[in-house]
Ligand binder design. Structure first.
Ligand SMILES: Cc1ncc(COP(=O)(O)O)c(C=O)c1O
Length: 392
């Protein structure tokens, strides 16, 4: 994998920024930007409703994007790919559509993003409980499985520190218990191969904007037999075959879940993004990130004033270096990096307030890597952090 060559595809990187906030949103290559422009320049119309040529082209392009994504995740059917706005929407769709009943339990880890915590908290008012196991702790996970656990909804790779759970084993255990599994793939899909059939996962939600796709795009995968049974979350135009004043007949998946006029440019851009990543190769992306993360960790990991979240082993943290400097506010560190060297990182609780509260921490500074980052980027980051360390 040639990061220097890849960088040339990302227009903003020629403007001098060192972008290490990839777990929030990645940058977009020119191929994705061109695809979005193509839609607005050449066929900027509605799909699915009209019979003119422009509309038919939109339908073709949307189907093509869905096929590219089906292949990327190795889904059995193209109809198993639902377009959403983001990971959050996919999780909310399942929370609202699964027809959970009073007394049912949803099992989540103690390291979930708010997007995979709040949808379950909201269901508490209907008598549906959420219980917590320790992230990555299989024994604890097993001990929490019981006949009331109807769904395990958990993150594959943590946005807080980059560590991953043994989800294949967890899915087997959950299924043996009769529970369905929804994976939050926001931080796994952009960085490593995900094969939904091999995992045998029931539902998988991720965000396009974290994988070189346009902002406000997402993907929800679901096994077709399960999607068929789910009631739709948002309803309205394009979700139905027929209506009378009294009732309606819903279309099959995925249409019944894609209500109203869609983000066509976003969907097409997302298809292009996934094509772009497939060409680079997901195994190459994660290997590259780990190499860079090792380089940072070797230089900063043992410093007495630095505390890494997720441990010293960079291989376990993939592309994320999340840390605190003793006696310094994480936001202050992020602002210094931005002002002194145009280095963009994230600081704060990364929407995982519950975990930081449990550990009595205010937050962390998070540098997150991607395929276009280079040794020069991480060396500059280290150099600037070393200067900050001299200040405190
Ligand atoms: C692990 C994880 N889950 C869920 C989300 C929510 O993603 P989005 O805001 O794209 O819905 C994020 C975003 O950072 C995330 O990292």
């Amino acid at each position: 994998m040639n990061a220097e060559k890849i960088r040339k595809d990302f227009p903003i990187l020629s403007k001098g920024v060192i972008y290490l906030d990839n777990a929030c949103q990645t940058l977009r290559p020119v191929q994705v930007i061109d695809k979005i422009n193509e839609y607005y320049n050449d066929y900027p119309v509605c799909g699915g409703r009209s019979y003119h040529k422009l509309s038919k082209r939109v339908d073709e392009e949307v189907t093509n994007a869905r096929r590219i994504i089906q292949k990327f995740f190795n889904a059995k059917k193209v109809q198993e790919i639902i377009f959403t706005r983001n990971t959050t929407e996919g999780i909310n769709l399942i929370a609202n559509s699964l027809s959970l009943q009073e007394g049912d339990i949803v099992l989540i880890s103690d390291k979930e993003h708010n997007s995979n915590l709040i949808p379950w908290q909201i269901l508490n008012s209907k008598g549906i409980k959420h219980e917590i196991f320790e992230f990555g702790n299989i024994e604890d996970f097993k001990s929490k499985l019981n006949s009331s656990v109807k769904l395990v909804s958990t993150v594959q790779t943590s946005n807080l520190d980059g560590t991953s759970q043994p989800v294949e084993e967890m899915i087997k255990l959950a299924h043996a218990n009769g529970s369905l599994v929804l994976l939050d793939g926001a931080q796994s899909a952009p960085h490593k191969p995900v094969d939904v059939q091999k995992l045998d996962v029931d539902f998988f939600s991720c965000s396009g904007h974290k994988m070189t796709g346009p902002s406000g795009t997402g993907i929800l995968y679901g096994k077709y037999s399960l999607l068929e049974k789910l009631k739709p979350f948002l309803v309205g135009g394009d979700t139905v075959e027929e209506t009378t004043y009294e009732k309606c007949k819903f279309l099959p998946p995925p249409e019944k879940f894609e209500a109203g006029l869609q983000n066509y440019a976003g969907i097409m851009g997302l298809g292009e993004a996934v094509k772009y990543l497939s060409k680079i190769g997901m195994k190459n992306i994660i290997a590259h990130e780990i190499e860079l993360n090792k380089r940072i960790t070797e230089k900063l990991g043992n410093h007495e004033k630095i505390e890494i979240i997720g441990g010293l082993n960079a291989e376990e943290r993939g592309g994320i270096f999340s840390f605190n400097i003793k006696n310094m506010d994480p936001h202050e560190v992020a602002i210094i990096l931005d002002n002194s060297a145009n280095i963009a990182v994230r600081s704060g609780a990364h929407c995982c307030h519950s975990w930081f509260n449990k550990h009595n921490l205010k937050g962390s500074v998070r540098a997150s890597l991607y395929c276009y980052n280079t040794e020069e980027d991480v060396d500059k980051f280290v150099e600037e952090i070393e200067k900050v360390l001299l200040l405190c």
